[in-house]
Design a protein around this ligand. Structure first.
Ligand code: PLP
Length: 721
């Protein structure tokens, strides 16, 4: 198309194409597509929080057509749409060669949360972000895949810090019309309605479809006028309410999810439970088989062959447990169809079925009714086998003996979706460097191996990119702090412009404020840290963010403490807390910080993934040897706090770790960062960045992770013909 203006017929086509593009999350990992929406309304892009669907509402149909009359803009839109269509139509994918059977009978992946993008806040943290990345990579690999979750119309809570520096929570209502969601409709154009019996009611639900590239994720929504108000609110909030709400949400997710798939004519060959929340799906699969005339034992055995389970936490409170009364109240109407007595049913969720005191544990149910299970890092595999060995204890002469080695829980270490997490600045860098189509082999080891070659990318170029990313974080932080300031004065405006030092070693810490993650650990050496922050030659500074669980007062005290330090201590100006941590804040921080700090109490961090996102941007990890970092650290690709071991006593561990953290910081991190040559370049630091990016990015991606799931877990059962 060479002409300067566009014909009306072509404009029609492009408008339709843009509307489809905005409703497929593929655009979130394609920079050219993202640039188009940004360009349509740069201010709207910021104010609407990068929401492509909302941008198309903001720009009138008439404006869009007029803008497309510009031949150059129309040409670029068309190029993006061609890329998009080619992606959707691609037949020669990894899965078409290695796992073609799933096309007919997909992997059904159930997760109580999915984190795809900041505009769809239906995840609480790492578990959901991992699920979102899992789906994106399933799409990239061409795997037959369908996701199931709930549509939480109030999403996950937003964080606001009050005058006492105390976290408060509020919710905002999501409007499906403004989101990349499509209603699931029947042939007559009416919403598909499905039902599940929960407690005393028949709960009806509808579904929304999220298009994640080539794969669909269905979100169940109980907010229907026919439901009693109590049940309408079942899907209001991510993990909302008490354990009654929780078990009801989980019945809806597991049982409702299977029923929706049946209604849509989808027959999965594998049901993958991402954490125990979805484990009721196993009981629905058993019920189906019993209803078709199979015996209970046979039905359970057949169900076990279809199911897989991933466990995500070694923290005891992270495993849902429900009392016998609650299981009876919430589940009896559904469960009575299973031809199981209540005690037999309870036994499925107990380590010792005969122990009437033991509550019903979703993890136990999932383990008992899966053909295979896995943890999410090597160390987490060891910990999980130890943790669940009583479940596999063999009865020998009355005594139960257990050995961790006999526990059938393997591990697949988590990853991140590389393109999805890469900041626009870095994607644009690669595009300029390598030309369009650069992102085709971003998951290959060869792509990253080039980082090791100073002939390909010079130290100067790399350092310059690092400076740009730090600058962007700084400006993002100043803007956000201004917005989150309550009563901001003229003086504050000036002060915020001096917040943080663009040349200082910037240390980032952002994650859920669960207490085992020990957010304030580094400030235990407060006086010394203040000295380091104020050092004229070699200053350091800190950027913090994170949400505490609404009922976790200890976590909220950590937040309060850190904000207090940032406002009233000698760290003022050298320490900031960014409110309302989410995927967007995460992307800014993992890219702009020089060092990504992670200091959990070992071995409670099952994997951790934010440090992998840091890698993509040349931010180095400084972490306890827990979760993924224990596998990744090789002595040259970042920094380790402590050794590959930990004492039993929590007090002793905290003391040692804070000592070690301070020592690594002062003896390794700071000297390395500030060791500059005659040109002012930190060659040794950049060497670490090169080594980390070249070696670790391809290993800790969901591209690798999903291939491993497919080959080690999904495939062994031959997809039904
Ligand atoms: C990546 C991510 C997490 C998980 O990070 P961890 O290192 O596992 O704590 C949590 N929340 C958000 C918003 C994320 O992007």
């Amino acid at each position: 198309m060479n002409e300067k203006t566009t014909s009306p017929a072509v404009i029609d086509e492009l408008v339709t194409g843009l509307n489809l593009l905005a409703r497929n999350l593929w655009w979130t990992w394609n920079q050219d597509a993202q640039d188009i929406f940004h360009e349509l309304s740069p201010r709207g892009w910021q104010n609407l929080y990068h929401n492509a669907v909302a941008i198309l509402h903001e720009v009138s149909d008439y404006e869009l057509r007029v803008r497309l009359m510009d031949g150059d803009f129309a040409r670029r839109v068309r190029m993006v749409l061609e890329q998009f269509e080619a992606y959707l139509a691609e037949r020669r994918t990894w899965a078409s060669e290695h796992a073609p059977g799933f096309r007919q009978h997909p992997v059904a992946y159930f997760s109580a949360e999915f984190g795809f993008h900041e505009t769809l806040p239906i995840a609480a943290g790492g578990l959901g972000v991992l699920a979102g990345d899992h789906a994106k990579s399933a799409s990239d690999l061409g795997l037959g895949f369908v996701g199931i979750s709930l549509f939480y119309r109030e999403g996950y809570f937003m964080q606001e810090i009050n005058g006492d520096n105390w976290q408060t929570e509020y919710f905002s209502l999501l409007n499906p019309r403004n989101l990349p969601l499509e209603p699931v409709l029947d042939a007559r154009g009416e919403p598909v309605i499905t039902t599940v019996k929960i407690a005393t009611a028949v709960v009806a639900f509808r579904a929304w479809r999220v298009n994640v590239g080539r794969v669909p994720v269905y979100l169940l929504d109980a907010n229907l006028p026919d439901n009693e108000p109590h049940y309408r609110d079942l899907t209001a909030r991510v993990y909302g309410g008490d354990s009654t709400t929780r078990i009801m949400q989980e019945i809806l997710l597991g049982v409702g999810g299977v029923r929706l798939l049946r209604k849509l004519g989808i027959s999965p060959s594998v049901f993958h439970m991402n954490e125990g929340h979805a484990a009721f799906l196993t009981l629905e699969l058993v019920r189906e088989k019993v209803a078709q005339g199979q015996g209970l034992k046979e039905a359970m055995a057949a169900t076990r062959e279809e199911c897989l389970f991933t466990t995500h936490t070694p923290v005891a409170a992270g495993h849902d447990r429900f009392t016998s009364d609650l299981v009876h109240y919430a589940g009896n109407k559904f469960l009575s169809q299973l031809k199981l007595s209540h005690e037999e049913l309870m036994g499925l969720g107990r380590i010792d079925p005969a122990d009437a005191q033991e509550p019903f544990c979703m993890t136990v149910l999932a383990l008992k009714l899966s053909r295979a299970a896995n943890a999410v890092s090597e160390l987490h595999g060891e910990v999980s086998r130890e943790m669940w060995k009583p479940l596999y204890a063999a009865r020998k002469g009355g005594a139960r003996t257990a050995s961790a080695a006999a526990v059938p829980i393997g591990h697949i270490t988590n990853g991140v979706h590389v393109l999805g997490w890469m900041k626009g600045t870095v994607r644009r860098y690669w595009r300029n460097r390598l030309g369009s189509g650069w992102d085709k082999d971003v998951n290959q080891a060869e792509f990253w191996a080039r980082l090791a070659d100073p002939g390909f990318i010079s130290d100067e170029e790399l350092w310059s990119l690092r400076y740009l990313l730090r600058r962007e974080l700084l400006e993002f932080t100043r803007r956000r702090l201004l917005l989150q300031g309550h009563r901001v004065t003229q003086k504050d405006f000036i002060a915020f412009d001096h917040l943080l030092n663009p040349d200082a070693l910037t240390i980032g810490f952002a994650r859920r404020f669960a207490t085992y993650k020990r957010a304030p650990l580094v400030f235990q050496h407060f006086e010394q840290i203040v000295k380091l922050a104020h050092d004229r030659q070699r200053p350091i500074q800190f950027v913090y963010a994170g949400k505490a669980h609404p009922r976790d007062d200890e976590g909220k005290r950590f937040i309060q403490h850190i904000i207090h330090l940032s406002k009233y201590s000698e760290l003022k100006g050298h320490l900031v807390f960014i409110e309302n941590y989410d995927i967007h804040v995460a992307r800014q921080m993992v890219s702009g910080c020089d060092v990504w700090l992670n200091n959990p109490r070992r071995p409670l961090e099952a994997s951790g993934t934010s440090g992998m996102k840091a890698l993509l941007h040349g931010c180095l990890n400084l972490s306890i040897l827990d979760g993924w970092w224990r596998e990744a650290y090789d002595g040259r690709n970042g920094f380790a706090i402590g050794v590959d071991d930990h004492p039993d006593s929590v007090e002793e561990q905290d003391r040692r770790d804070s000592e070690n953290l301070y020592r690594v910081l002062t003896e390794e991190v700071i000297p390395c960062f500030y060791n500059r040559d005659a040109q002012g370049i930190p060659r040794q630091w950049l060497g670490k960045i090169r080594h980390a990016m070249a070696g670790l990015v391809p290993r800790f991606s969901t591209w690798r992770m999903l291939q491993q799931y497919t080959q080690e877990y999904y495939l062994p059962r031959k997809p039904a013909e």
